[in-house]
Write a protein that binds this ligand. Sequence first.
Ligand SMILES: Nc1nc2c(c(=O)[nH]1)N[C@H]1C(S)=C(S)[C@@H](COP(=O)(O)O)O[C@H]1N2
Ligand SMILES: [Mo]
Length: 538
Amino acid sequence: MRDRTFRSASAAVTGLAAAAAAIGVGEAVAAFTGPGTAPVYAVGSAAIDLTPTPLKEYAIRTFGTDDKPVLLGGIHLTMALLAVLAGLLALHRPVLGAAVPVLFGGVGVRAALSRPGATLVDAAPAVAAGVAGACTLFLLARLLRAATAPPTADTRTDAADHPGSPATTSHGGEPAHQPAGVTGRRTLLVATSGTIAFAASTGFGGRALSDSRNDIVAVRAAVRLPPPTTPLPPLPAAVHPAVPGLSSFTTPNSDFYRVDTALTLPRIDPRHWALRIHGMVDHPLLLTFDDLLHLPLEELDHTLSCVSNEVGGHYVGTTRWLGASLPALLRRAGVKPGADQLVGRSQDGMTIGTPLESVLDGRRALLAVAMNGEVLPVAHGFPCRTVVPGFYGYTSATKWLVDLNVTTFAAYDPYWVRRGWDRRGEVRTASRIEVPAPFARVPAGDVTVAGTAWATHRGIAAVELRVDGGPWQTAQPAADAGPDLWRQWTHTWSGATPGTHRIEVRAADASGAVQTEQRAAPYPAGATGWHSTVVTVT
Ligand SMILES: Nc1nc2c(c(=O)[nH]1)N[C@H]1C(S)=C(S)[C@@H](COP(=O)(O)O)O[C@H]1N2
Ligand SMILES: [Mo]
């Protein structure tokens, strides 16, 4: 019995060791083919693209920015379970067991080749991983069988281990045969720990090599940006009421929300970057990063928000972008009549379509290279992204931009539109209460309420509050910094009485249209409904 447990446990361990060796070898090869081609990442990226929209929405809602670690954890867990099964299978049928890593390698190959812009070389890490996993498992399984082979007449030495089956051997109990099993177990132990050490060194070594081969941090730090040709004055202090707990007017880069499908961040060396502007234009353009920096650079203060933001949510931020004028470049390329959609494509294959007439209607839209005076952070699109005020990120803000296609809505559906999201993606009016915090306890009397509202590119005209469904009261809007920016506001709720109260907020955009009370989920065109917060007055 103890032997059987040992055999099974050892089989599980050999399965896990072989899987680790496979992942390690995959990482080592991926150091040369790109971090996104490592099998686990390739499978994860393919999974993101294949995930049905409701599940994706659920993941963003439930795990927020942690959705990627959760996905990677799930893939590793699935692999671990399969590895244990493969180990057990290999114990009896080594060839069948070894087929499991081969199958998994096959899934990795498919995933790697499904990535946008993939070439055959991108499949190399998954091929190497599958072969390494299969060979390792086959060899370890053989060692395990040798070490724990069911006792034959020659090796059955220890009847005490088999209380139900008395020894029937003529050599029974002869200790001279003991060392054979011990040696076998020792060989197995050495081989298994050797495999694990090998897996760790190729895995971590491969990652480290990959990081040093693609040292985007150093490349980015070396970028020198010219100053803006037309600098904006600093924002007036009056845009931000000095209420403790209210978010800052400008969002620090480190706090700026991040939403994208990139499991490994694209690492683009600006020295090798070029942007193609083509499609329905008279003169297609190809711009290097140097060309871009030699264009007049302008600044844009702008509030970017995500269509997946829930009512009261935090997928929204305000920043000062720096970049070249997108409309000016499109005019230089000469947009042909009939074109109505501008599709940006990122290095990792994301496509984002913006209504062309909006880009060209006089609003400021940028090929941005910096935010808040800092070269674009890698997570926010280094070296270049688009920004077009008035639209959610998924229809206007392509990070890691490499291609702009002037086309039509009839001819092309971008990534999210193919998944059922609204093809225009204009920002809906939104407002949220930030102070008091939800479920805060505040003293009776005059209570300061404060928050933020935005209707990007239309602007906010008014904000109203009510308590416990009472009459709407007008809040005090802070200074208006322009329609492309959110607007903060404060309100004094006078005479708050002890008990639990609900405060509700709604805003009107510059056209006078008031936010609808009707609750709608973010899918397919952005959340609607009034934000409310419950507080206890003491
Ligand atoms: N390449 C690429 N660009 C992208 C996305 C993406 O997944 N890939 N997501 C878009 C979405 S949905 C949003 S809301 C914004 C978010 O930009 P941020 O991460 O800089 O805040 O980027 C947009 N640009
Ligand atoms: Mo988004």
